[in-house]
Design a protein around this ligand. Structure first.
Ligand code: MTE
Ligand code: LUZ
Ligand code: MOS
Length: 778
């Protein structure tokens, strides 16, 4: 089965917020935001802007009728700035005009007088200043202090990990429509309709039931709309409240990039201790998360960093510290992996450095320490059905790691300017929201008298294929053709109090809720059929291919007949299903528990070629064995694996966020922020699925797929680094991402450049030349 939206997307017929027919009264908004990263607001002057033709109104904090507060976890975020601004791009005022162009024009005429305050952009400096959001946290296992003494080698280092733009194709946007009795309907490009409902109700001082949020689909979210779709929806709601007209806001790309948060950059210190055979005995890490100016989801993101700091490895003595550090940057937010990738990057760096010290292949250390059945993770959960080794062994069997290593060694002996590098990247990602209460979902299923089916859930289609999965789940559960099933928009009047579509758990949660709703209807239908057909064992009735069977034999009833009969007998053909993931919990006082329903495992092997004189590189191949359980729709899942990988590769290599020391964002367009394109993708991409084993937690045995494959991309950093080491083994390269071609070049030739700029004889240049001659000789 194809992605359910494939045809409509291809024809450009799929509707997004601003494609819906425009109401006659529609007005357009634009956001005026802070021009400096930290300061006191002295005066906001809107007179000139307000006098322009076509400008209807300009609103600021004082125009908010309810509470000016949209913080999702910690109440530290205003919708519109009050007396201070905390990052460049912080919303200060909202212009409402007859057209979007006019609204944008008016922004330039607004004057904001500000007394500037000191700006902090570095998380370590923020930490030193005591600018911490929430509490710092520590996960611990075993006896770390005792363990250092029994290690043969101890290695320390530092990582600096960059953030990442979401670059959803559809920028942030929302439309608010006033309804009777001071109610509002909001169309929002959000992963979390209930977050939008709650916050806009608070802003307007209304109860939740006065706000209806409807979401057809998103042109991508990637976490960037888990929480940060909310302000734009609140702003149009505010404008609709005042004007009593429909109002739409669409952020132009550069404003979207300036005003919204990104993946969190981290700066981390690690210390790792091993036996001389490569068994890891101790690991200590300190993570300084660059949270940006407000809490947003930072504390939850940091929590997932804690959970994934040992990736796929069992380490008996562990201490993991993390803190959210408040800086004057846009508030960073959810991004595919949600803090997990940062934690995993650091342990992989530690292993890489330890391997160099031990003169051992990192693969040897990785493999020796992979999780085994029933190993305990630092947060107290034992892994069950640990497929780390299984995916590694399967990948090794299919792709033959030793043969690749040998071929690469040979290549590097016989090539001077270009070097090849290899890395293996195992992943282990926990599935469930780490805040246990969020793991709940509802589904509302109607069967109409013609036998067609309507399914509503709290899940959001953001391109990931949720609706394709849900349609298949509902059709399979009913035993009917999939064409009969329609997946409705996500609407807060049909499904209440939904969690965000996030944490890769959307199909798990909403698919299970759908199965529960379908099960209720089926149960009623089977009781009726048993009665009408005079059959005593209703549990022997099944519906298959739209036919009602008893004990495997045809009854003569079709799906159509069954539904007609049910209707005439006044049997309810609607049901609401509710699902809450069983068996999960976490105790934040003890920092122990069982937070995840299960883990997703996999192993990828990545090969690159680096041009060591120019710094540029090619990704030759990525080959992996990934565990999908029993996929609902393999094609959709393969799309998620490839897309996630692409995003991970981009994060590690090309995508470089640039802020100056005053907190000004310099890479605010797609001309200055480089994304991977189809040419950048590996020449060879092989995805093998681990043999299909049911996952008891997933609908029909499926495993979540959305986020984990991104983390294979981390391997490309270490593959490039290995190639660099083949060229200059004497240099200790930094664990500083992204490893852009510029950084490759500068690190490979840093000493040479240093000699040049200081007027010294270029000694390293001579060394390189001598090496070239030697290789050519051989
Ligand atoms: N795939 C597409 N095409 N678009 C997206 O926005 N978001 C990712 C992932 N894959 C995303 C995507 C993120 S961050 C998550 S958490 C999951 O999809 C969410 O959907 P799921 O829970 O159904 O996997
Ligand atoms: N959001 C959240 C997430 O609130 N909790 C999580 O654990 C999570 N994990 C991944 C992505 N979003
Ligand atoms: Mo994804 S970061 O859970 O939206």
């Amino acid at each position: 089965m194809k992605h359910i939206d494939a045809a409509a997307h291809t024809r450009g017929e799929s509707q997004y917020v601003d494609d819906m027919p425009q109401p006659a009264d529609l007005l357009f908004a634009a956001v005026f935001s802070a021009p400096v990263a930290h300061g006191k607001i002295l005066q906001l002057d809107i007179k000139e802007a307000l006098s322009m033709d076509g400008i209807i109104a300009i609103y600021s904090a004082k125009d908010i009728p309810g509470e000016n507060q949209i913080g999702p976890i910690i109440q530290d975020e205003t919708l519109l700035a009050e007396d201070k601004v905390h990052f460049i791009g912080e919303p200060v005022a909202l212009v409402v005009a007859k057209t979007g162009e006019l609204a944008q024009k008016a922004l330039k005429k607004i004057k904001l007088e500000i007394e500037e305050l000191p700006v902090v952009t570095d998380p370590r400096q923020a930490f030193a200043n005591g600018q911490i959001i929430g509490n710092s946290r520590t996960f611990a296992l075993g006896d770390i202090e005792g363990a250092w003494n029994i290690c043969d080698v101890v290695v320390e280092g530092r990582c600096d990990i960059a953030g990442q733009e979401h670059v959803y194709l559809e920028t942030q946007r929302a439309r608010a429509v006033p309804l009777e009795d001071r109610c509002f309907r909001i169309h929002s490009s959000t992963q979390s309709p209930y977050a939008v409902q709650k916050s806009s109700a608070k802003i307007l001082g209304l109860s939740h039931h006065k706000i209806e949020v409807d979401v057809q689909r998103l042109g991508g979210g990637f976490g960037g709309k888990e929480d940060q779709a909310t302000p734009w929806a609140c702003l149009v709601a505010l404008a609709a409240w005042h004007t009593k007209k429909s109002v739409e806001l669409v952020l132009p790309r550069h404003q979207d990039m300036e005003m919204t948060g990104k993946r969190h950059p981290y700066s981390s210190d690690f210390k790792i201790g091993l036996t001389k055979n490569g068994k890891i005995l101790a690991y200590e890490v300190k993570h300084y998360q660059n949270s940006g100016a407000t809490a947003d989801l930072s504390t939850a993101v940091m929590e997932r960093t804690l959970f994934h700091s040992t990736n796929s490895y069992f380490i008996p003595n562990v201490k993991i510290f993390a803190a959210c550090c408040r800086t004057n940057l846009p508030p960073n937010t959810a991004f595919r992996g949600f803090g997990g990738p940062q934690g995993m990057f650091v342990i992989e760096s530690a292993i890489a450095k330890a391997a160099e010290k031990l003169g051992m292949s990192p693969l040897e250390i990785q493999y020796k320490n992979l999780l085994q059945e029933n190993d305990v993770l630092p947060y107290g959960q034992h892994v069950h059905d640990a497929r780390s080794r299984k995916t590694w062994d399967e990948a090794n069997k299919s792709y033959k790691f030793p043969a690749i290593q040998k071929r690469i060694a040979k290549y590097n002996e016989t090539h001077f300017e270009t070097k090849k590098g290899l890395a293996v990247m195992p992943i282990c990602f926990g599935i469930s929201f780490t805040s246990t209460f969020l793991n709940q979902a509802g589904a509302l299923v109607h069967v109409y008298t013609d036998g067609s089916v309507s399914v509503s859930t709290g899940g959001i289609e953001m391109g990931q294929g949720l609706n394709t999965n849900l349609a298949k789940i509902a059709a399979k559960a009913f035993g009917i053709n999939q064409e009969r099933v329609k997946i409705e928009s996500t609407n807060t009047t049909r499904i209440a109090n939904m969690s965000a579509s996030a944490a890769s758990a959307t199909t798990d949660l909403n698919g299970n809720a759908t199965l529960i709703a379908v099960g209720q209807i089926l149960d009623r239908l089977k009781s009726l059929a048993a009665k009408e057909l005079g059959l005593s064992h209703k549990e022997k009735i099944v519906i298959e291919n739209e036919n009602v069977l008893f004990d495997g034999k045809a009854t003569g009833w079709t799906w159509g007949k069954l539904i007609q009969t049910a209707y005439l007998n006044r049997v309810s053909l609607s049901a609401h299903g509710f699902y809450a993931t069983p068996g999960i919990w976490f105790d934040r006082d003890k920092e122990k528990g069982h937070p995840f329903a299960y883990h997703v495992f996999g192993t990828a092997i990545l090969e690159v070629t680096v041009d060591c004189l120019r710094g540029i590189y090619d990704i030759n191949s990525v080959k992996m064995v990934h565990d999908l359980g029993r996929p609902i729709n393999e094609l959709v899942d393969r799309g998620q694996i490839e897309g996630g990988l692409a995003q991970g590769l981009g994060w590690m290599t090309l995508e470089e966020l640039k802020f100056d020391e005053k907190g000004k964002y310099l890479s605010n367009s797609l001309a200055t922020y480089k994304l991977p394109d189809v040419y950048f993708m590996p020449d060879v991409l092989e995805v093998k699925l681990l043999e299909r084993i049911d996952n008891p937690s997933g609908p029909y045995g499926a495993k979540a797929v959305g986020e984990p494959p991104l983390m294979y991309g981390i391997g490309v950093f270490f593959a490039i680094r290995n190639a660099m080491r083949a060229f200059r083994p004497e240099i200790e390269f930094l664990f500083d991402s992204p490893l852009t071609p510029e950084k490759v070049l500068m690190q490979l030739h840093a000493d040479w450049l240093d000699d040049l700029t200081n007027g010294r004889t270029v000694t390293s240049g001579k060394a390189v030349k001598a090496k070239k001659e030697k290789v050519e000789e051989s």
